[in-house]
Design a protein around this ligand. Structure first.
Ligand SMILES: CC(C)(COP(=O)(O)OP(=O)(O)OC[C@H]1O[C@@H](n2cnc3c(N)ncnc32)[C@H](O)[C@@H]1OP(=O)(O)O)[C@@H](O)C(=O)NCCC(=O)NCCS
Length: 159
């Protein structure tokens, strides 16, 4: 299932009211230009990952949301997020990113609100993520809690 949605500043669409850009599009299409995604991740300083594995991760994600700015007939990727899931109870959100030139304007919140709506529409109630230290408060503002009831995220890495 994929959708396109155009957001107009001040339109009647509830989630677009505060958007500063007149042409921001969201898509759940998995056919993403991987080089464009790599550029977006480069722009926020993330380490490069093999594109073959990025494609596999996207193909196997439960939900993928891309955010584009449309200028005339061209659109370019300005944000991205994806979630994996067991399709029943749990989902985990990964790779949340907004291009630095578009940060601080409410777009990250809109992207996350959309992701949460998609997951809730699939009746998934346990939504988790791993927050880098500098973005913990961004997620807190969206309602995420760190260590609820003392629960700790635990990691295993190959040596
Ligand atoms: C984190 C990120 C997605 C936020 O996107 P954004 O478009 O700048 O966020 P928004 O403008 O929608 O901010 C929404 C709210 O969160 C706050 N916020 C944004 N980034 C924040 C941060 N790093 N720490 C604390 N609060 C933050 C904003 O001030 C705003 O608060 P308000 O609702 O009271 O006005 C973006 O900064 C980014 O892509 N960072 C680099 C990649 C990254 O670190 N991703 C997360 C990996 S876990």
């Amino acid at each position: 299932m994929s959708f396109w949605k155009r957001l107009f500043t001040g339109s009647e669409s509830g989630d677009s009211e505060d958007l500063p850009y007149s042409n921001v599009l969201f898509s759940t299409d998995r056919e993403i230009d991987l080089y464009e995604l790599e550029e977006l991740c480069d722009a926020v300083g993330w380490s490069r990952r093999p594109l073959r594995k990025v494609k596999k991760a996207i193909d196997h994600s439960f939900c993928v949301i891309s955010m584009y700015e449309q200028k005339e007939q061209f659109k370019h990727l300005i944000g991205f997020a994806r979630a994996t899931s067991d399709h029943a109870f749990n989902a985990t959100i990964w790779d949340v990113v907004v291009h630095p030139e578009y940060q601080g304007r409410g777009l990250g919140k809109t992207l996350m609100d959309r992701m949460i709506s998609e997951l809730r529409a699939a009746d998934i109630s346990n939504i988790t993520l791993f927050a880098d230290p500098q973005v913990v408060d961004f997620y807190r503002r969206l309602g995420f809690m760190a260590d609820p009831e003392g629960i700790k995220g635990m990691f295993w890495y190959p040596e």
